[in-house]
Design a protein around this ligand. Sequence first.
Ligand code: NAP
Length: 284
Amino acid sequence: MATILDGKAVSAHVKAEVKREVEALAKQGVSVSLAVILVGDDPASHTYVRNKEKACAEAGIRSKTYRLPADTTEQALLALVETLNADKAVNGILCQLPLPKGLNEAAVIAAVSPEKDVDAFHAVNVGRIMLGNYAFLPCTPAGIVELLDYYRIDPAGKRCVVIGRSNIVGKPMAMLLLHRDATVTVCHSKTEDLAAITKTADILVAAVGKPRFVTADMVKPGAVVIDVGMDRDENGKLCGDVDFAAVEPKAACITPVPGGVGPMTIATLLKNTVTAAKLQNGLR
Ligand code: NAP
């Protein structure tokens, strides 16, 4: 029986700490606020944004969501970002991805002020992550590292394999594990003989976006398995990138979906928003 890495429980600790920090800042006259931009009708995006709004409210962070129609022009979207950049009452800005077709995600990411970029997607923040002197941590990878820390799973010296090389998960995940002295291999859709590589992993991170993609024969006995996927199976049920039922008996530790990486991602977003407020108020 594997240890279940309980992101829901661990994120509750992180959120409680964030709440204490927000209260302490309020006593110093500093309020913490997040602006969320949501364009279009993607149901998953609407759910994610609702979860973020709820988490902000519970932590005492003011959040305001700008819901824009799918036919919003890039010009209008960039104008909103500029307004929020200039608004001193806004500490963090998050534009929920993916954007509807026709809108240039790279342009929007580049438009957000790096000081308010609580997703850490801006090139300046990506560069800082690469160099290891970052203010904002990329939410999903940093949430995963926090989860590993909580369970005292030290990546140092370990062989880590990340499946996926997206800018928001795979690449920064590899970088954070490298900063923790892991030996990291990044795999992707062109990787040959994927299973031969994943089977070498002490820590395996799956960020593929394909339901139950990682099967038991791809996992080394005793591995730590981190499932980033938020997928829908053939019946429309939420599941991860890992075949949990088959892999769990083989793994030492595993994250469930839901209740694993997802809550940790949101907890890190809250932390980043507090960091932004502190930096903007000269408190860090
Ligand atoms: P993405 O941008 O679609 O990237 C998927 C990656 O998987 C790509 O690098 C792709 O390789 C690789 N891949 C696809 N098929 C493969 C195959 N057969 N073998 C090996 N690699 C393969 O996805 P993402 O944004 O990183 O997200 C990944 C998953 O995590 C999704 O399910 C998403 O919903 C979920 N997610 C969850 C959270 C959370 O908080 N829990 C946050 C973000 C994302 P190429 O680069 O070669 O195409």
